[in-house]
Design a protein around this ligand. Structure first.
Ligand code: NCD
Length: 354
């Protein structure tokens, strides 16, 4: 059985196959409108969502399947103190596939240990968001034709923005990618991701200036400052307007640059930019539905298949994770760590380095 917890759970070939299926769905949707007949998707959303939850639901409906679940953990037995482990054991009796969003980093990894059906990570804390990455990849594929030799600028909250973390890991596997990480000092990418990038030898630079770098970018990935992740409100207020993309800045971008944003936007992109043909953020939403259709369809097919999940680390037991936002801080989980080829150890659930 296969899950999608981290984007690198899929090989680049598998990602290509999902992208091809999504393109075929766009071309001939009628071929797919009964392929999941009789199947049920459970959407377990412990955190607010508009696009992700509704596009999972729309995707399953367009495949001929059904959807059940909750969009507010307070309305489920979670409010009575039920653990993730127990919840997914119960849901495995009722549904064929699970999409889970959780406020704790690593929660879907715990879910996958107890579920007997495939688990899809629909966003865990400030850690990962692999299905948004699939939507981003489909958007880039349709706009740019491929992924090699792109200069990609991520701008905004690169510390807590989980979509950035997953998209970076996905893009880094293509040839000639250059990353430009644009953020205030306080919101730089997490250490585990920098370590990952360095180990894999990706080309990257970190800066606090969008103005200086916008002209070099093929993709500008804007992000919201993630208010809900800040422990210090004063810090949020100080940083919230760090970057605002406006028409003047767009004028310095390449004519074939594309602007991505996972949405929701607060005020980091002014509305006038929406009319620029380089703005792709509403296309990303539509692409998100198609790629989630391809994903649900494929995971249900792979369920009994023999194709194994690729891993480039060894799993070892013992120790504690120091990340207070890791699921291991609130739920009893096996203390597991990833031992990387570099010798570094990180939490199996949230990737925090130890
Ligand atoms: C993102 C998320 O939830 O991480 N939204 C989404 O799923 N499209 C981005 C965000 O909330 O800023």
């Amino acid at each position: 059985m296969r899950n999608l917890l981290d984007i690198t759970d899929l090989t680049p070939q598998e990602i290509n196959s999902l992208l091809s299926i999504a393109m075929d769905i766009i071309k001939s949707p009628e071929k797919y409108n009964t392929v999941c007949k009789g199947k049920k998707l459970a959407t377990l959303f412990y955190e607010p969502s508009t696009r992700t939850r509704l596009s999972f639901s729309a995707a399953m409906m367009e495949l001929g399947g059904n959807v059940l679940g909750f969009s507010d953990a307070n309305a489920s037995s979670v409010s009575k103190g039920e653990t993730v482990a127990d919840t997914v054991r119960v849901i495995s009796c009722l549904a064929d596939i699970i999409a889970m969003r959780h406020n704790k980093d690593g929660a879907p990894w715990v879910a996958s240990q107890f579920a007997s059906v495939p688990v899809i990570n629909a966003g865990d804390g400030s850690h990962c968001h692999p299905t948004q990455t699939l939507a981003d990849l489909l958007t880039v594929k349709r706009r740019k034709g491929g992924f090699d030799n792109l200069t990609v600028g991520f701008c905004g909250d690169l510390k807590y923005g989980r979509t950035v973390h997953s998209f970076t890991r996905a893009l880094g596997r293509y040839k000639g990618i250059k990353f430009v990480f644009i953020s205030p000092e306080e919101l730089k990418i997490p250490n585990y991701l920098r370590q990952d990038i360095e180990n894999k030898g990706f080309s990257y630079l970190e800066t606090d200036s969008l103005d200086k770098h916008i002209a070099s970018l093929d993709i500008l990935y804007m992000t919201r400052i993630q208010k809900e992740r800040f422990d210090d409100e004063e810090q949020y207020n100080r940083l919230k307007d760090s970057f605002i993309l406006d028409v003047k800045k767009m004028n310095n971008g390449k004519s074939d640059m594309i602007v991505l944003h996972p949405l929701p936007r607060v005020n980091e992109i002014v509305q006038e930019v929406d009319f620029d043909p380089r703005a792709c953020y509403f296309e990303q939403v539509l692409n998100g539905k198609y790629i989630r259709m391809a994903l649900i369809y494929s995971l249900l097919q792979w369920r009994d298949g023999s194709n194994l999940q690729p891993v480039d680390y060894e799993v070892v037991e013992g120790g504690t994770c120091n990340n207070s936002k890791c699921i291991s801080s609130t739920e009893q989980v096996k203390p597991l760590f990833k031992l990387m080829p570099s010798g570094k150890k990180s939490c199996f659930y949230c990737d925090e380095l130890v």
